[in-house]
Write a protein that binds this ligand. Structure first.
Ligand code: UDP
Ligand code: MG
Length: 315
């Protein structure tokens, strides 16, 4: 029987901690009763340097339910993506399969069972995908959806409407552990792992209590990180712009010279306008070119694993 770890990053979540612990323990009990996971499956709360009583509450929960509730305390606040990674990599050595979920229970805990079923069918990563965004404000919906579209345009593979509610098998986590990069954008990294994946669908609810720990500023930072960690397309765009302007320069040169010889220009205009176009184009092209090399260096220093061998057939 497979041991499940439900990994929950928590930052200032004192209002929701007990509610989340109860709801997730109920999920464990149900799955254990249905013989789908091992008896010693557990919930792993990761305290991301909370300033409130979150850690004390995790300790309390652990005391009352020592086998079912475990905790990891990070020394300071490192942000959702790092806290989740810390939890997943800790759980990897203690469990056969993990499910990551936010503490606020906005994601539907009832689809964890479907995730486990898909895991038993042989899927290594199962994405929780929001089928609707009814409860989000128009602003959140619009920004989030634009984000997925921009990501796709920039050539980053992500699962549409999937955040960080997902199941991962032990071997998927073992490969994930080889990614040493420190600009983390987990949603972009998971599709790089390979293996068979699947999705389950659910409606995202309101937070059970407390307020969002992801203000617009953090959301934009995450989006920016997502693009710049996975794509050097912005640099390629600059190079493209440089080339376009150099081409425009040739057209501008023809126009300026024709105007010059037909004689209806102010003296000095021709040489000025040509210099502006030419220098502008050459500069952008040069910046873009230098950027291409920096982009390559950036990709190299990540030391990402280049492939993931799933199986070798030998005698
Ligand atoms: N979180 C975290 N560290 C942070 C910010 C958030 O661990 O610095 C956790 C938070 O406790 C929650 C999850 O990340 O479990 C998602 O945050 P939230 O629900 O506030 O984001 P939203 O759903 O509003 O996008
Ligand atoms: Mg939330």
């Amino acid at each position: 029987m497979d041991r499940l770890a439900i990994v929950v990053p928590c930052y200032n979540e004192e209002e929701v901690l007990h509610i989340a612990a109860d709801a997730l323990r109920a999920v464990l009990d149900d799955l254990i009763a249905k013989n789908k996971i091992a008896q010693d499956s557990f919930v792993l709360f990761v305290n991301d340097g909370s300033k409130d009583k979150t850690w004390e509450l995790i300790e309390q929960e652990h005391q009352t339910h020592p086998t079912q509730i475990k905790g990891v305390k990070l020394a300071g606040n490192v942000g959702h993506q790092f806290a989740l990674t810390a939890g997943l990599l800790t759980a990897k050595d203690m469990a056969d399969v993990t499910v990551s979920i936010d503490a606020d229970l906005q994601d539907d805990v009832n689809v964890i069972e479907q995730m486990i079923d898909k895991f038993h069918e042989g899927k290594d990563i199962v994405y929780g995908v929001r089928s609707e965004r009814k409860t989000d404000t128009f602003f959140k919906r619009f920004t989030a959806q634009s984000f997925y579209k921009v990501m796709a345009m920039m050539g980053v593979k992500t699962v549409y409407n999937h955040a960080d509610f997902r199941l991962m098998s032990k071997r998927a986590l073992e490969h994930f552990a080889k990614y040493e990069e420190s600009n983390l954008f987990l949603r972009g990294m998971m599709p790089l792992i390979g293996y068979e994946t699947d999705s389950v669908y659910y409606e995202r609810k309101e937070r059970v209590a407390g307020e969002s720990k992801y203000p617009l500023k953090k959301m934009l930072a995450l989006a920016f990180d997502g693009i710049t960690s996975f794509s050097i397309k912005p640099i390629t765009l600059i190079t493209g712009l440089g080339i376009t302007i150099v081409i425009c320069c040739v057209l501008a040169a023809i126009y300026a010279l024709v105007s010059y010889f037909t004689g209806n220009v102010v003296p000095g205009w021709t040489s000025l306008i040509l210099s502006i176009w030419f220098i502008g184009g050459v500069q952008l092209l040069a910046v873009g070119l230098v950027g291409q090399y920096i982009g390559k260096i950036y990709m190299e220093v990540k030391h990402r694993p280049r492939y993931n061998i799933e199986k070798v057939l030998e005698d």
